[in-house]
Design a protein around this ligand. Sequence first.
Ligand SMILES: *Cc1c(COP(=O)(O)O)cnc(C)c1O
Length: 396
Amino acid sequence: MAWHNELSDRLTALRSANQYRRRLAMDGPVGAQVRVGDERLLSFCSNDYLGLANHPRVTTAFQRAASTYGVGAGASHLITGHTRVHGALEEELADFVGAPRALLFSTGYMANLAVVGALLDRHDLVIEDRLNHASLIDAGLLSRARCRRYPHCDDAAVARRLATQRSGHSLVVTDGVFSMDGDVAPIGPLAARCRHHDAGLLVDDAHGFGVLGAAGAGTLAHAGEPIAWPVMMMGTLGKALGTFGAFVAADAVVIDTLIQRARTYIYTTAPPPAIAQATRAALEVLRDEPWRCTKVLQLANRFRAGARRLDLRVADSSTPIQPVLVGSSRAALALSAALRERGLLVPAIRPPTVPAGSARLRVTLSAAHEPEHVDRLLEALGTACAAVRPALGCGA
Ligand SMILES: *Cc1c(COP(=O)(O)O)cnc(C)c1O
């Protein structure tokens, strides 16, 4: 029983540190308004930045494809799970982001494990931004390469680390748009450092793809950086595109290497073809309705300007991710609860997802929101902060 008691004690410790996590059970589709039991809430939680998760063209494509192809792919890509629909989506994605090739994965987490694991072994070096997403950190650890972190967005520190690597290969990995801060990596300088040192650069664009750059082609397009060796991109489909899955965009040699070697590609069932077909429809909507990208960025600006007027500690972000820095986990939870009482859903993000002492509300905006929704959020934040601030001494 000692082991089991230890597990139980650890859960108790999480509760007393305000780090215990609970799940909400949602009762309907993702959107500006969501339903949780009897509550109707205005939501600022999802990564559905363009409002495509419940778009009629996307859901119809999904339903039709399920009638044609059934639900499950039935096998991995290398056995019989790969369909023409997957192939067509890969070509469309490559074309959309301006890369020679693209390869679909079941999740972004797996795509990150694939690239780092297939390119590196224990003689190599992986260099990570301190604020990289957990999946990139895990990818480094699983690859068995040596892992080094660098101060957030510090490309000079990257160059120093690259200069210390005498044998073996080096791969620099970074979020394109940082998932908890909303700021953008210094892509141009990082790519230049990597080229100079013959190192690879992997940009995880989970939050930039579909949002930044011309027509939403992503952070690399936004920075004017072509996807060609040594630059590789990982994009997710479950965020701005509103569906599910991910892809890696790179040159043909890298993509072929992934197909031959990546364990999270080879040893897993292919994503359902109907998901791939829904994603093709989402890409078409993105092409036909470019106002979605513009709108979500305008809403983000409206929010940031309003939050500054309220003296809230907002981050230096012009993307749909707009964190309000609070400090303690307790204060972040109290603010989130106060907003919920006012009919608003905004998640409190706590350590270990973010560094200790930097708990925050993570506001995310979507093209599904209207300016009035943003104004309602600002008004509620103003009153909730005024109520919580004296009791908790929070930074908000
Ligand atoms: C969400 C996310 C992932 C994982 O993508 P999934 O498809 O949800 O597994 C990877 N990297 C970043 C930065 C993310 O935000």
